[in-house]
Structures are given as structure tokens and as C-alpha cells.
Design a protein. Structure first.
Length: 233
């Protein structure tokens, strides 16, 4: 069975010098971290709207996720010399953009179907800063994650805890936890969650942890491309 790498390099971005289409194509053609073995797998996404969900407030609507064996890939020798140009309208363009990059450590993989490292069509990412991180983590593992798996089109979930700050990390108050829910269709899955919430009363444990989150941010993403190994022995 394949396994996920112990670390994640998570980068949201927005183009500032070129068109959105060129930016998306450039993101999808970036083999650098995978080619140098700094990352074992890279997936690229563009943001999608979610039903009944307020805007995240971020204009960085592209996401690159690099699974890595290295805690801080940008500090690794192979991660320091990345391409910063692409071709647009036949000319070289500077791919300067607005980036927010974060390091995470893997803390849980929930894969009831044993799907492994197969890129899903869509994902939902949730960032959370709970009042009691230990209780939140136990609740998520013990009660919440199995409930999420019951909604239509669920594939698996990878959960991460914030790691060392990078030179590209924006802000000093980044939420501690990141969950990446892999699904067939994020809107359908979210609608399934909403329907279940209307039909059943949440536990006191769930209410305490959800209400106790100082920050909770959900965003939906559609797969643009993938590079690197799909299965790791």
C-alpha cells in the first residue's frame, strides 16, 4: 500500500505580472521540486466556489501542495534554485506573484477505501485554530472524521500540524491545523454535510470544539495537474 510523505509544503498564490491562464499553466509545468527529489509528489489546484460559504478573503486562488521527506523544503539545497520565468505570447515573462507558503507535518491519514496517493478531482481544505488543540485533535480523530467519510463522494482525509515558518509565510497568526479532504465533488460533499446537519443534533463535544475555534476557514479546490509518484512503497 502507498503512503503519504511526512511533510507538506503548501503554497497559495496569485499572479501579478501575467494572465491567470499563463500562471495556471506555469504552476502545472513546475517539476523543479519533484525533479530534484525535494518533493516526492506535487499537486496543483485552482479555487472553486463552495455552497453557502463566505469568502475566505484571500485573492490567492491557486494552490500547490508538495509532499516531501524534508521538513522545510525551501531551506534544502535542491529547493533554493527554482525557475521564476515562463513564456507568454512568445516572450519570457517574470513569474513574480503573491505567495503564501507554509510548512506542515502530517499527523493523520484517514483512508477507509485504501485509495493511497491518487490525486482526487477536488479537495476541501480547512484551517482551524481551536481553543484546546489537544481536545480538538482527539474529537476529530474519535468522532468527527468518520462522520465526514459518510457524505457523498468522500475519498480520504490528510491532517497536518503547522511546522517551521518559511520566508514566504504571510502573517504571524497562522492556524495550527490543516485538513485536506479529498472528494469527488466538493459542492456535492458540502451539500451532504449541510443536509446531515439539518437532520441531526451535534454532540456537546462537537459544539464545544467548533464554537471554540478562533479561526475556521474552508476553501474548495479543483485539480489542475499532478507530478511525481502516485504511489510510494
Amino acid at each position: 500500500m502507498s503512503s503519504s510523505a511526512p511533510y507538506l509544503f503548501h503554497v497559495t498564490s496569485q499572479q501579478t505580472q501575467v494572465s491567470p491562464q499563463t500562471w495556471k499553466e506555469w504552476q502545472d509545468s513546475l517539476p523543479d521540486l519533484v525533479k530534484t527529489l525535494t518533493s516526492v509528489r506535487a499537486t496543483f489546484y485552482e479555487e472553486i466556489d463552495l455552497p453557502s460559504n463566505a469568502s475566505s478573503g484571500s485573492t490567492r486562488n491557486f494552490l500547490a501542495m508538495y509532499q516531501s521527506e524534508i521538513e522545510n523544503p525551501l531551506d534544502a539545497k535542491n529547493g533554493m534554485d527554482l525557475r521564476t520565468t515562463a513564456t507568454e505570447d512568445g516572450a519570457k515573462s517574470d513569474m513574480t506573484g503573491d505567495f503564501d507558503a507554509r510548512n506542515y507535518a502530517l499527523i493523520q491519514v484517514y483512508d477507509p477505501q485504501n485509495l493511497g496517493e491518487v490525486p482526487p478531482p477536488e479537495i476541501l481544505t480547512t484551517e482551524a485554530q481551536p481553543a484546546d488543540p489537544s481536545d480538538f485533535d482527539t474529537w476529530f480523530r474519535t468522532e468527527h472524521i468518520s462522520q465526514l467519510a459518510a457524505f457523498p463522494g468522500y475519498r480520504r482525509t490528510l491532517r497536518y500540524k503547522l511546522g517551521p515558518k518559511t520566508a514566504w509565510t504571510k502573517g504571524d497568526d497562522v492556524p495550527l491545523f490543516l485538513a485536506v479532504h479529498e472528494v469527488e465533488d466538493a459542492r456535492v460533499w458540502m451539500e451532504g454535510r449541510a443536509e446531515a446537519a439539518r437532520k441531526s443534533k451535534p454532540s456537546e463535544w462537537a459544539v464545544r470544539n467548533v464554537k471554540g475555534c478562533r479561526v475556521f476557514r474552508a476553501r474548495g479546490w479543483r485539480l489542475v495537474g499532478e507530478q511525481g509518484t502516485k504511489d510510494r512503497e
